[in-house]
Write a protein that binds this ligand. Sequence first.
Ligand SMILES: [Zn+2]
Ligand SMILES: [Zn+2]
Length: 134
Amino acid sequence: MLFENIKQKLMDNNINLSYQRLKIIEYLIENPYHPTVEQIFTELHKEIPNLSKTTVYNTLRLLSEISLVRTVSIDDNQTRYDINVKNHGHFKCESCGNIYDFNIDINNENVYDLKGFKIREKKVYFMGTCRTCL
Ligand SMILES: [Zn+2]
Ligand SMILES: [Zn+2]
């Protein structure tokens, strides 16, 4: 989603477009490696010295409540944040730890073994070594 669309969605939900919130959103758009609260805080704190980790956490929670971000957890216990809310696959590099998005037509995967089941969410995870690390 574009920055402008996101701003519009925040306004539609009566969420104040504070400088810090917008910076967090901008960071997620520019750094689609699925950062943790810790990583976002560490990077943005250099630029915004009065930013607190609580603000980062609360902003991300607010954004996920209105479906602007998704949480991603793979093999570790760390919650990572994803601004790409369309269904897509994740590739985790076991060397650098970055998580990359890839397009996959998850909705058209027919899983006959689950006939009669109600699927709430579909996740696709691949693991290996990314191009940069190779
Ligand atoms: Zn890598
Ligand atoms: Zn993703």
